[in-house]
Design a protein. Structure first.
Length: 232
């Protein structure tokens, strides 16, 4: 058995631009998939127009609520298969994604893992920010509670000033603008903030400005997938 980590587009209708041919070939070879969302996975495969009978494919949920024992049992019951594909909602499975559980178990059980090339908002934003790519840290979601979030933002700011390490984090799209407002309230005016918004889509961008500059011209981020970076 081999576990194949299949990247998905970050933005809709961009598969032709962001996915190499190898991804398509592996999808053609897989009949069993661990996916974060079955509906999204089926739609993604259909959009590739590979001539696959979607009804012939078998999908199993692998999300934030999946248990280790459950996935271990899945691998045990499918040990005779040649390939099992793992897909996230968007981007690369295993990176800030429940797919990491399947990879961890596969490594533990001595199952070969095959990661495929695809879009990652973390790397794309880091590449386009102008911040340090030698030393960086991705924190996922910051605390929702304002007091706890303020403490975390202070910690991240200190780390940037102290070591120059790039600090990266995300937020639920409908809370993007409140997070940015909180950042601008707390950060020094000369702290540089990069925002990657709707990356890989036609309207996507990555822009780096100081907190003062962002405050003078607030972007529209509501319900748009974004990633935030602090750096020198």
């Amino acid at each position: 058995m081999k576990v194949v980590l299949i990247p998905c587009p970050i933005a809709e209708q961009t598969a032709a631009q962001v996915l190499p041919e190898e991804v398509r070939q592996y999808i053609l070879a897989c009949r069993h998939f661990l996916v974060e969302n079955i509906r999204t996975a089926r739609r993604f495969i259909s959009e590739l127009k590979l001539g696959i009978d979607i009804e012939s494919l078998q999908f199993e949920i692998l999300d934030k609520d999946s248990q280790r024992a459950q996935i271990k049992e899945y691998f045990k019951n499918h040990s005779e298969l040649e390939l099992i594909g793992v897909m996230s909602e968007a981007g690369c499975p295993g990176v800030a994604d429940p797919g990491a559980l399947a990879v961890s178990i596969a490594q533990e059980e001595g199952i070969e893992v095959i990661p495929l090339v695809g879009p990652s908002s973390i790397l794309l934003a880091l590449m386009g920010s102008g911040f340090s790519g030698q030393s960086f840290c991705f924190h996922g979601y910051l605390p929702i509670d304002k007091i706890d979030r303020a403490k975390r933002i202070d910690q991240l700011t200190r780390e940037v000033v102290k070591s120059g390490q790039t600090q990266m984090f995300i937020e639920t799209p409908f809370r993007n603008e409140s997070l940015l407002e909180h950042l601008l309230q707390l950060l020094p005016s000369d702290m540089r903030i990069a925002i990657g918004c709707e990356l890989t889509s036609p309207q996507g961008y990555i822009q780096t400005k100081t907190a003062k500059e962002w405050a003078q011209n607030l972007p529209s981020l509501h319900k748009k997938p974004c990633i935030f970076l602090l750096g020198k």
